[in-house]
Structure formats: structure tokens, C-alpha cells
Design a protein around this ligand. Structure first.
Ligand code: SF4
Length: 142
């Protein structure tokens, strides 16, 4: 019998309470997501994000790309520490991206291509840099 009341309560929540609440609030889930998590630098994950995160996950942290990344000699080490930062740090969370914007905007794709060429697991560093720049723009300013 308690199962019946449990199901009845769930049906009431799904068919009456939630739609009514949504109607009265006048906002969708995305707005509430940004309201709750935007200040922390978190953004919703898109299909492209998922694909790029999978690609970044191939990194085995060997550091080989850093040795062939010409961007490293053009920027201060406090701003940019090599191509391996892209999959190992900046791809992992959107929270750090506001701090990475300056370095991402100064990366030269041609230099990254060389680093990408030597990567033993085929991490697409050029594509990753482009995606991270776009993703950084989606993070609300702190
Ligand atoms: S060379 Fe490839 S696997 Fe090695 S650290 Fe760079 S991105 Fe990761």
C-alpha cells in the first residue's frame, strides 16, 4: 500500500507541482544553472565539450609536446608552461579558464602543430587550443 502512495506522490510532483513551479518562476534549467554555478566558473557541458574532453583524456603526461612547443619561448612561464597544459590542466575544468585567457589568446597554432606532431597518443593540441579559447569566452567573468 505504501508503494501506491509513493507512486501517487511522484505523479503529483511530476504532473502538478513541478510544472506549476516552473510556470511561476518563469525560468528554465539553464538560467538556474548559471545562477547557481556561474559565479564558481562552471558552465554546462555541450556535445563538443564531451568530444574534446575525450580527446584531452588521451594525454599520458609525457611532456614531449612541451619540448617542441615554440610558444613556450614567447611567453613568461608564469603565464604559459607548455602545450601539455592544454589537456592536463585547462581542459579539466572551466574554473581555471579565466586565468588562461591571456595565454590562450597568444598561442600560435603553427607552433602548436609541431608539438601536436610529436604527441605519441595523438592529442589534437591545435583543436584543443581553439576549443579552450571558445570555452573560456563562455565562462562568466569572475
Ligand atoms: S605529448 Fe601528448 S601525451 Fe605527451 S604530454 Fe603532450 S599532449 Fe600529453
Amino acid at each position: 500500500m505504501s508503494r501506491f502512495w509513493g507512486n501517487l506522490y511522484l505523479a503529483y510532483r511530476a504532473l502538478a507541482a513541478r510544472p506549476l513551479k516552473r510556470l511561476l518562476r518563469g525560468e528554465g534549467g539553464i538560467e538556474r544553472f548559471y545562477e547557481n554555478y556561474g559565479p564558481e566558473g562552471l558552465i554546462p557541458t555541450t556535445a563538443q565539450d564531451r568530444a574534446m574532453l575525450t580527446a584531452a583524456g588521451r594525454c599520458i603526461a609525457c611532456g614531449l609536446c612541451d619540448a617542441f612547443d615554440g610558444n613556450l619561448s614567447r611567453m613568461d612561464r608564469s603565464v604559459y608552461d607548455g602545450a601539455s597544459l592544454l589537456p592536463r590542466q585547462w581542459a579539466r575544468t572551466s574554473v581555471d579558464l579565466p586565468h588562461a585567457r591571456r595565454a590562450l589568446s597568444r598561442l600560435r597554432p603553427a607552433e602548436l602543430e609541431e608539438a601536436q606532431y610529436v604527441c605519441p597518443t595523438g592529442v589534437p593540441l591545435v583543436e584543443l587550443a581553439h576549443w579552450l579559447s571558445q570555452r573560456a569566452r563562455r565562462v562568466p567573468a569572475p
